[in-house]
Design a protein around this ligand. Structure first.
Ligand code: TRP
Length: 337
């Protein structure tokens, strides 16, 4: 029985690796660019190596990181209504940044209650996460098939624009406040590109964290156990391993601050002393002053009107918003108009 399930599952699974096959070169080039700029920075997509992906899953279990639980509560209580509002007829489910895909199960359940089968199309930068989460989902849902894309968002969206089958609706998902990791220009570009993949009648569901007291936000990004610090500093470990760098992790610390004016949590690493780092694979030396920072991520916080404005500016009609009981987090349905 078990082997039968597994072989059936493999017929229902395809993994596409997109990009130009020079991932390590682009990591090297992005690091060179980021660490030689006046304000040092690193692109957040490099957080998600095998360890980074696991550390992020651990973050989602932290008491301080309320986002995951708030979003799960919304999905648990409203999945049927959300799915009914998003599509009047059978739909495929496309998810950008699927990660462990745990919360997605509420929507898969709701869709499979309404249609005989479901095609799930997760996109994630981490191939390991895609394989692990897909394998689990295929075991749980015999009526599910999966085409997984290991790629960054923009690469995947370009490829996906060509895959919609006629007659089938698409529900696109962007969970976990990932929308907050773009700056305003970036989210406009992303939503426009996403809109190009969709047709009138399709829908986009966006999870977005709401503005709230700075202390609550900072704790969510700087937890007592130090898991978020490890997640951030793991970028140094990754550069040591993949670019033959010699960062001493103990000489950097994690810092999260809330920029009230811009409505965003800012994540940085701080050099604790003056130091010079060698990255042998890049043939590069980088000097740090005491207190100098590497900026790694922003996490924007929203109010609902702001989200509706972003939707309208990118070819969507904001249809409906759901909240958790404590109103910490929002789940937004945008129709492709
Ligand atoms: N999308 C997540 C967020 O903005 C990503 C995230 C959570 C994150 N914790 C982090 C990014 C810590 C960098 C550092 O909430």
């Amino acid at each position: 029985m078990v082997s039968q399930t597994v072989s059936t599952a493999s017929n229902r699974f395809a993994l596409r690796r997109l990009g130009d096959g020079r991932d390590s070169t682009s990591f090297a080039e992005d690091v060179r660019e980021g660490l030689t700029a006046r304000q040092k920075s690193l692109p957040p997509k490099y957080f998600y190596d095998a360890l980074g992906s696991q550390l992020f899953e651990a973050i989602c279990h932290l008491p301080e990181y309320y986002l995951t639980r708030a979003e799960s509560e919304i999905l648990r209580d409203n999945a049927d209504e959300i799915v009914a509002s998003a599509a009047g007829r059978p739909a495929r489910l496309v998810e950008l940044g699927s990660g462990s895909a745990e919360k997605t199960r509420y929507l898969i359940d709701a869709l499979l209650n309404r249609q005989p089968s479901l095609h799930y199309v997760p996109v994630d930068i981490s191939r390991v996460s895609l394989e692990r989460s897909s394998f689990e989902l295929l075991q749980i849902y015999p009526r599910l098939s999966i085409t997984a894309y290991a790629a960054d968002y923009f690469t995947a969206l370009k490829a996906l624009a060509e895959t919609a089958s006629s007659g089938e609706r698409t529900i696109a998902l962007f969970l976990g406040s990932n929308i907050g990791n773009f700056d305003p220009d970036g989210s406009r570009a992303f939503l426009s590109e996403l809109r190009r993949m969709l047709r009138p009648g399709d829908a986009l569901l966006v999870g977005a964290d709401l503005k709230k007291a700075g202390e609550v936000l900072i704790r969510a990004y700087d937890d007592a156990l130090g898991v978020t610090a490890a997640f951030n500093l793991n970028l140094l470990v990754r550069m040591n391993r993949e670019l033959e760098a010699n960062f001493d992790v103990a000489k950097f610390s994690h810092r999260a601050t809330y920029n009230q004016e811009l409505g965003r949590v800012e994540i940085r690493m701080v050099s604790l002393e003056p130091q010079t780092i060698r990255l042998r694979a890049l043939d590069l030396e980088v000097s740090f002053r005491e207190g100098e920072t590497i900026h790694t991520e922003n996490s924007y916080k929203f109010d609902v009107e702001q989200l509706a404005g972003m939707a309208r500016a990118t070819g969507f009609a904001p249809e409906r918003t759901w909240f958790d009981s404590a109103r910490r987090f929002s789940f937004n349905l945008f129709a492709a108009s």
